[in-house]
Design a protein around this ligand. Structure first.
Ligand code: PLP
Length: 415
């Protein structure tokens, strides 16, 4: 009967009668769970190992590194936004990403990934996976199908590819990657005994405005620290996908111990009830801010897909197909490079100077020297990151207050 995830967030997956009638789930701060009988305990373990027990029964609770009521309710709700069959919740976005990669990649396999990536993901692939003997191939957000096929062949990876990992839109420039094209690439390189999995980091536009499973992705990954948590008070992550894929990811999670704790899981349940309200409000504010910045003297370029500045036809087309909003991230270049950008950031009074994104409060940062400081200068320039660029994560304050703050900071920076 219920069709919209925002409705389901109020009660789906929770039975009040199992918790003294409490309208909201209590926090189940327990490490372990009591079995009714030894036979039941035996069967739960049989099922946890992926086998069928002697007597058919529903899987039960064992131990909070494997499962826990708050975590199960959370997974049941997160999966709805993406239309996935199952989800796995993690202690952070990085633990979701690293555990997923470790679940499927073995020495000798190759991973193909898009550039630029979140710094943590990039380092994990290029340093950690490489050292394990996993081949890595990076492509640029704007590359065509044929060009990527050529790059995989040139790396000697045809037949060895196991995973394609993309992050779209690219941060902080907003360049978008065609998920459907990546799914075609995965099909192109799949063999009978080696299916190629497509994983999409959907942190920037998901789960509300972007649903990569609809475009052929196998796994959707999140830093739930961002929009899903939404209040900058919790670190968490998630993976969403089909039953067997998520089962493999959960099996790896049990060994790595990267599951989320019950308390942050409970916090995310609360956050999910307002997810749509928060994301919609932030997106509306971002549109106001982009319009304000567009013609402001001293602001050289505004990166916001709603303005279409500098976006190719192809990019606009992918954008229209893949997303249902222009999002709530706005970047802009100020004239005068780093010194001018720093003067602006230091003059802000309300907007906080901090990395991260997706919270109720607006944040500003300098990608060149902060989030992307680990990227070599030549690559930064190649991706379109400039020394005068400021990235804003727009929150849900009144847009006029945000614009007033930016105006006085632009003025103080003499822009
Ligand atoms: C923040 C972020 C991550 C890492 O998530 P954590 O929750 O900080 O571990 C991964 N990918 C993207 C796109 C992010 O913004």
């Amino acid at each position: 009967m219920i069709k919209s995830p925002e409705t389901a967030m109020m009660g789906h997956g929770y039975k009040p009668e199992l918790s003294e009638g409490a309208v909201k789930p209590p926090v189940f701060l327990t490490s372990t769970f009591v079995f009714h009988t030894a036979e039941e305990g035996k069967d739960f373990f049989t099922m946890a190992h992926g086998h069928t027990p002697a007597q058919e029964r529903e899987m039960g609770l064992i131990y909070s590194r494997i499962n826990n009521p708050n975590i199960e309710i959370l997974e049941e709700r997160i999966r709805l936004w993406d239309g996935g069959a199952d989800a796995a919740a993690f202690s952070s976005g990085m633990s979701a990403i690293s555990t997923t990669m470790m679940a499927f990649l073995k020495p000798g396999d190759f991973i193909l990934f898009s550039n630029p990536l979140y710094g943590g993901s990039h380092k994990f692939i290029q340093h950690f996976l490489k050292e394990l003997g996993i081949g890595t191939i990076g492509f640029s957000a704007g590359d065509s199908f044929e060009s990527i096929v050529g790059q995989v062949a040139a790396a000697g990876a045809a037949g060895k590819l196991k995973m394609i990992f993309v992050e779209t839109p690219a941060n902080p420039t907003g360049e978008v990657i065609d998920v459907r094209m990546c799914s075609e690439l995965a099909k192109h390189f799949s063999t009978e005994d080696k299916p190629v999995l497509l994983a999409v980091d959907n942190t920037y536009m998901g789960p509300l405005w972007s649903r990569p499973l609809q475009f052929g992705a196998d796994i959707v990954l999140y830093s739930a620290t961002k929009y899903i948590g939404g209040h900058s008070d919790v670190i968490a992550g998630a993976a969403v996908g089909g039953k067997s894929i998520i089962q493999s990811i959960k099996a790896a999670r049990t060994f790595f111990g990267t599951i989320i704790d019950p308390h942050p899981a409970w916090m995310l349940l609360r956050s999910l009830e307002t997810l749509k309200l928060r994301m919609d409000a932030a997106a509306q504010n971002a549109a106001h801010i982009a319009a304000f910045l567009q013609n402001y003297p001293g602001v050289e370029k505004v990166y916001y897909p709603g303005l279409r500045t500098g976006m190719s036809e192809r990019q606009q087309q992918i954008y229209a197909e893949q997303y249902t909003s222009f999002g709530a991230m706005v970047s802009f270049d100020v004239a005068g490079g780093e010194p001018a950008a720093f003067r602006f950031l230091n003059a802000l009074r309300h907007i906080k100077l901090a990395v991260s994104l997706g919270g109720t409060e607006s944040l500003a940062q300098h990608p060149w020297s902060m989030t992307h400081s680990g990227v070599p200068e030549s690559e930064k320039l190649q991706y379109g990151i400039t020394e005068g660029m400021v990235r804003l994560s727009v929150g849900i304050e009144h847009h006029e207050d945000l614009i007033r703050d930016m105006e006085q900071a632009l003025h103080a920076a003499r822009l």
